[in-house]
Design a protein around this ligand. Sequence first.
Ligand code: F0G
Length: 346
Amino acid sequence: RAGWPGLINAYRDRIEIPAGAEVVTLHEGGTPLVHAKRLSAATGSDVWVKVEGANPTGSFKDRGMTVAMTYALASGLKAVICASTGNTSASAAAYAAKAGLTAAVLVPSGKIAMGKLAQAVMHGAKILQIDGNFDDCLELASKTAAEYPVTLVNSVNPVRLVGQQTAAWEVCDVLGQAPDVHCLPVGNAGNITAYWKGYTSYDQGLPRMFGFQAAGAAPLVSGQPVANPETIATAIRIGSPASWTGAVNARDSSGGLIDAVTDEQILSAYRLLASSEGIFVEPASAASIAGLLKTAEDGRLPKGSTVVCTVTGHGLKDPDTALLGTTEVEPVPVDPGAVAHALELA
Ligand code: F0G
């Protein structure tokens, strides 16, 4: 949005930063809240989609990163570190470049979407692949930051969630009040924690929080950590969420729920959102839409509700999943008649 100053400047009176700090911003936030006509008709509700892929690096992580990087720069340390399934590393790499700091990112080997890796490479991050999953990466990043002069910018750093709560404020600013229900994907559980913090601090009413995990990585649903999480939605392939208690509190205090959606439901929602609403997201993001459809169908979503679904990351992050199965690119001769024939216009 032209003229949008970034979320720290937009909510200057509500977000504390160190005195005299230089604000590190790529003008994140202020993302579209798009009305979803076909999803509304399909669910009997009034559905809005908060498109977080419109942030500078294509995911909601930029909201936390502007605050975390502003603090990191002010601290005087020269480097930041994070564990990531991909989006945090892309965001950390970009904001570190903007701040003039060095970023180190620990990623699980082989399980990071191509677009995200490309971003970390281009922004000049030091990329370290770990023979393990996200949970192993986070433990390693935390231990390294505890012992060496480097700032941890994962969401266990509390200032990340201070930034991420602004998405809830923006929703209230656009709708004029909080929605009845807010659906979002849940992985490490920082974002659902941040949204709840946002709503409870804003005085515009409170939604019921509906969180959705991938069925193969659903510790908050089973109540037990998952040793070997698996899902096509690599962004939320997490077995031991750092913000476990925050997520449970958001669910219980709001009268909400945390449920699982299968990879099949995720992929079907992923395709539906792109083909019927014009919004292309990455697979993990579609967990909120899959959950919307599931709870509308089984009756847990009351008809007539105003619902906001956050879609957390852009579809171009993960072109491989988009091109799975049917590609359907049809060769035609250089001839208008042949084009018309292919389009069944003649
Ligand atoms: N959606 C996307 C696209 C994500 O990248 C993530 C988390 C989530 C949802 C879940 O959010 O962890 O706050 O519950 N990605 C992290 C990363 C783990 O490393 O980029 P959460």
